[in-house]
Design a protein around this ligand. Structure first.
Ligand code: PRP
Ligand code: URA
Ligand code: MG
Length: 221
């Protein structure tokens, strides 16, 4: 059973499912090569997105079946916005848009300075006005939380009120930081993850983690 951890305004959902655990175990394995890592990240995000989009807004519609009329729903307007955090978040984009075909996509290029562990932003391509939009940020790793907190702030600054982050792994330190930053904002943030790991090491890496997600997806640059 998936379990929720409610900090003050932040809710974390750890998706506890044997298929998620199976794929995550191979993703963590140091012997897993990049093509397999990319495929597993893609598969995992669709499983996490299924939970993360449980409250996605829909409108009621009617369709004609070959037999009769059926009432149903379609994804509502304005369309959800998916925001991958480059680089590693790109590995989760296709899986997300496959599940949310009407979503639009914004981009944030961010890199963590590995000496200071501070996030630096090198690219932003987002709609100016996000009022009323549901936003889904995708990034495999939530470590210190500096990157995700800055990304969510970009979205709030443009008027977003509803932000869900989908991460493959999260560290307790990163969740606590997110809670600290956004507790006073009055705006709830949700994190959906495949696992809550033990801790960060002295280099700011998630333990046991999976290493550097960007490097494992795309190589060391
Ligand atoms: O929670 P934090 O301590 O801020 O760390 C998490 C960030 O680190 C990784 O990106 P990285 O900076 O390695 O960039 P990359 O995706 O280009 O490899 C990861 O994909 C997150 O964006
Ligand atoms: O463990 C970690 C921490 C930050 N970024 C990564 O890619 N991996
Ligand atoms: Mg990296």
């Amino acid at each position: 059973m998936s379990h929720k951890i409610a900090l003050s305004l932040m809710e974390t959902l750890v998706v506890d499912h044997p298929l998620v655990a199976h794929k995550l175990t191979t993703l963590r394995d140091v012997r897993t090569d990049s093509p397999t890592f990319r495929r597993l990240a893609d598969e995992l995000v669709t499983l996490l997105a299924y939970e993360a989009t449980r409250d996605v807004r829909v409108t009621e519609v009617t369709v004609e079946t070959p037999v009769s009329t059926a009432r149903g729903v379609r994804l509502a307007k304005p369309s959800p916005l998916v925001v991958p955090i480059l680089r590693a978040g790109l590995g989760m984009l296709d899986g997300m848009t496959r599940l949310l075909p009407t979503a639009e996509v914004g981009f944030l290029g961010m890199i963590r300075n590995e000496s200071t562990l501070q996030a630096e932003t090198y690219a932003t391509r987002l709609p100016d006005d996000l009022s009323g939009r549901q936003c889904f940020v995708v990034d495999p790793m939530l470590a210190t939380g500096g990157t995700l907190a800055a990304a969510v702030q970009f979205l709030f600054d443009r008027g977003a009120v509803d932000v869900t982050a989908i991460c493959l792994l999260a560290a307790p330190e990163g969740l606590a930081y997110m809670d600290e930053v956004f507790a006073g904002s009055g705006k709830p943030v949700r994190v959906v993850t495949a696992a809550l790991d033990e801790r960060l090491n002295e280099s700011g890496y998630i333990v046991p983690g999976l290493g550097d997600a960007g490097d494992r997806l795309y190589g060391v640059v």
